[in-house]
Ligand binder design. Structure first.
Ligand SMILES: [Fe+2]
Length: 172
């Protein structure tokens, strides 16, 4: 396997995203801990909103685009399996974010939710998010760095910047 020895901006961005997401996941864990006597639904809703937007709608789709590039690059069957496993995990995380966001919204409006069930689901979610990021950091990011060359990074960065520019235009 050739290693290009690059530290492209995109990899820095992905690692920076992980650090930000991990910080929010940590606060979410503290706020939803079984030992907390009164859950702060307002704060929990802000945290889950960030995870829904930043992890599920920005960071994971960006990774999906990059990992898509890997699939046709002569990966071993095991490496291909890792890429597809990761795509499925993004869907799994998104589904859990939605479940938790709905429960939090309901609780905020004074609706009846089972606290034990919420705390248990929140703990599973925190574990999943952490396990997932560790998996990407240790297995998938090295694959990306090894397989994507200078020219690819240039093209990918260009496409992504263009898309971000268009998105900003649409929001004006
Ligand atoms: Fe990630």
């Amino acid at each position: 396997m050739t290693t290009y020895g690059l530290t492209p901006g995109l990899m820095d961005r992905l690692r920076g995203d992980h650090a930000r997401i991990a910080g929010v996941v940590r606060e979410f864990m503290e706020q939803s801990d079984a030992a907390v006597s009164i859950l702060d639904w307002q704060r929990l809703s802000e945290l889950i909103e960030f995870l829904d937007y930043y992890a599920d709608q920005v960071h994971h789709p960006l990774e999906d685009r990059l990992f898509d590039q890997l699939v046709d690059r002569g990966l071993t069957p095991i490496e291909r399996h890792l890429v597809f496993k990761n795509l499925r995990e993004h869907q799994e995380i998104r589904a859990m974010t939605e479940v938790l966001a709905n429960q939090i919204q309901l609780a905020k409006k004074g609706g009846a939710i089972t606290r034990d069930e919420f705390v248990e689901t929140a703990a599973e979610y925190v574990n999943l998010q952490r396990r997932h990021m560790n998996f990407e950091d240790s297995r998938l990011f090295p694959l990306l760095e090894a397989q994507i060359n200078d020219k690819d990074w240039g093209v990918l960065s260009g496409v992504l910047h263009e898309e971000e520019g268009l998105t900003r235009e649409n929001h004006k």
